[in-house]
Ligand binder design. Sequence first.
Ligand code: NAP
Length: 305
Amino acid sequence: MNNAGFLPFPRILDGRIARAKLKKDLIQRIAELRKISGSVPKLAIIQVGSRSDSAAYISGKKQFAAEIGALEQHINFPETVSADDIFAKISELNDDRDMHGIIVQLPLPAALAEAKDRIMNAVDQKKDVDGLTEASIAAWSEGKPGAMYPATARGISELLAYYHIPVAGKKVTVVGRSVLVGRPTAAICAAAGAEVTVAHSKTEDLVAATKSADILIVAAGKPGLITPDHVHAGQTVIDVGTTPVSDSTVPGGARIAGDVDFDRVSAVLGTSGAITPVPGGVGQMTVLALFENLIDAWYNQHISA
Ligand code: NAP
């Protein structure tokens, strides 16, 4: 990666810089709202089992909560818990006026696969800061004002706004259509006035779909999917992909790879283009955006109610 001014490289959309500034804004917002409401924003994190990747994500969320002055409660059920017990806990949290957001850490163990939808949909929509209940999905799919978008989509939108990259009136192509990333990202861009195309594994002409975009957002989880053939000079390229790959040249022998061939794509984008690095791009924005959702939920429950 090289962003020296005299070389024909695109602008790097650095998630670390955007996150640091937006985190300060969040801390200030919490301090102001605490004075008015006398309450503190609080997030419940429900985990089932002890997957190490889930534990790492949860620890990142707990640390961020502590840094911004929010509270969290981590409820860790054993893998053998029944769906009814989880359901009862969520009902209790729904009724707790001091709990403003509830998230269920995914994936759930295979034994709960059948109950997954019922568990997710048990979360009260106004506390659904992951934006993954059916009611929330319907709201953001329809672009309803105040809809709670899943954190990665909101994080991408915040990153574009931080770097003053306009979305309204632009052609945006999103590669990927998952309910967690692709669909809500397409929806948040459409709500902002973009002309959105969604591409996926069945898209016949991926090059045409990606090349025609002003802003290309890639969330496929396929390292190296986007090559110089898929882009043109001046585009903004947002790489959401985070796939662990082995690499004997780095300490530990593994690294996280994005979906975009960063160096070769950067050379095509040129100085009028922009691109996110992996790591250090979208990934930096996701936890921040989750807590932005929490603060909105807290505001709605305590102040605007
Ligand atoms: P997912 O559920 O596996 O969805 C992947 C999507 O990409 C699907 O819609 C799939 O199409 C599409 N796709 C797969 N191969 C393709 C190809 N060759 N050409 C075009 N489209 C293709 O994954 P996800 O949960 O959305 O996550 C996507 C990536 O983002 C992963 O690398 C994940 O780790 C990463 N991620 C990053 C963050 C972050 O904060 N940075 C957060 C969440 C996820 P079909 O629908 O046709 O199968």
